[in-house]
Design a protein. Structure first.
Length: 274
């Protein structure tokens, strides 16, 4: 109850998420991580785009922005560049981050700008009617894939790792303690941090894919999540249909806004000598 009193805009509750949706659990994980690391509400900006995840910051008593579809990281980059002292968090969805916002994700990671991004991955476009997303598993059903999705699914953690993110991790709603730990670590990381949180959508994803109950989807997360240490010992065929959880990157490369300020200071010093 203390967390609700301190961190939530109580007048916005109850939330709009469907019964059994995992997004409330992820939002709670983010709040608990913020509380653990001691971030001040006035010093923190939480930004979202469009989609089910886009509603999360509206419930939170911080400085918040609800932006256009796929552009949360672009707005977040502007906030961080203008005020580097602020803590900047992006809450985004699998469609918001991987489809229309994919290029922003790549370049935020490439720059290694100090933004913590939490991706709510429920494998579906839940808000707009159940279309498949870039993270929907192959052969899964959706309103736009009534005979099964033939697209290979994106691995956003591999993408962010390849693009240069400083901290990359994946967990699930089922593994909630682990998820809180990863978000807290991402918040403390100086540089771009990306945490994928595998969520559940019983209404649009679960019912179409023979997992109509919340526990069906949580059991699926439990049974198909493979810890990274175990995955390293498995053959590709053994990993088919599974997904890997754990920490993929824990780096210490220079952060963008600091490098930018160093460049300005260096040029000013050189001009003073000329």
């Amino acid at each position: 109850m203390a967390a609700i009193e301190k961190y939530f805009r109580k007048w916005t509750l109850p939330h709009i998420w469907c019964p059994g949706c995992g997004h409330g659990t992820i939002t709670g994980a983010v709040v608990r991580a913020i509380d653990r690391v001691g971030m001040g509400q006035d010093d923190t900006v939480i930004i979202s785009g469009i989609g089910c995840s886009g509603r999360a910051p509206g419930y939170l008593d911080f400085n918040t922005l609800h932006t256009t579809h796929g552009r949360a990281l672009a707005f977040a980059t502007g906030v961080k560049m203008a005020s580097p002292e602020l803590n900047v968090i992006v809450m985004t969805g699998d469609g918001d981050a991987a489809a229309i916002g994919g290029n922003h994700l790549i370049h935020a990671a490439r720059r290694n700008i100090d933004i913590t991004t939490v991706c709510f991955n429920n494998s579906i476009y839940g808000m707009t009617g159940g279309q498949y997303s870039p993270l929907s598993p192959p052969e899964s059903l959706a309103t736009t894939a009534p005979y099964g999705n033939i697209d290979p699914s994106f691995d956003l953690c591999n993408l962010v790792e390849g693009a240069g993110g400083n901290y990359v991790a994946r967990s699930t709603v089922y593994h909630i303690t682990q998820l809180i730990n990863y978000v807290a670590k991402g918040l403390e990381k100086n540089g771009f941090a990306f945490i994928e949180a595998v969520s559940q959508c019983p209404v649009y994803y679960g019912r179409r894919n023979k997992m109509p109950e919340v526990m069906d989807l949580l059991d699926w997360q439990r049974d198909n999540a493979v810890p990274i240490q175990q995955a390293e010992k498995m053959e590709p065929e053994e990993l088919k249909g599974k997904f890997v959880i754990g920490e993929f990157v824990d780096g210490d490369t220079p952060e963008y806004t600091q490098s930018y300020e160093d460049l300005i200071a260096d040029r000013a010093q050189k001009r003073g000598r000329s």
